[in-house]
Design a binder for this molecule. Structure first.
Ligand code: SF4
Length: 70
């Protein structure tokens, strides 16, 4: 699964980091960055995307590029 953070939408509240700390971390500007897209299960990463209040986390199928979320 391809995991991307739309940095324009991220407001740095860190909810994704709480759910999947091996996948996301906040950088020095308090913007979420993907450190390891395989750092947790797809299900857990989907949950992280769902708890993001600004819908900044974009999930796509690796091979087809098909949008999974949002
Ligand atoms: S939950 Fe969303 S808004 Fe909050 S830090 Fe993660 S990507 Fe940014």
């Amino acid at each position: 699964m391809k995991v991307t953070v739309d940095t324009r939408k991220c407001d740095g509240n860190g909810k994704c980091v709480e759910v999947a700390p091996k996948v996301f971390k906040l950088n020095e500007r308090f913007i979420s960055v993907v450190i390891d897209p395989k750092g947790d299960t797809d299900q857990r990463i989907l949950l992280a995307a769902k708890v993001c209040p600004t819908k900044a986390i974009i999930l796509e199928e690796e091979e087809t590029g098909k949008r999974i979320f949002p």
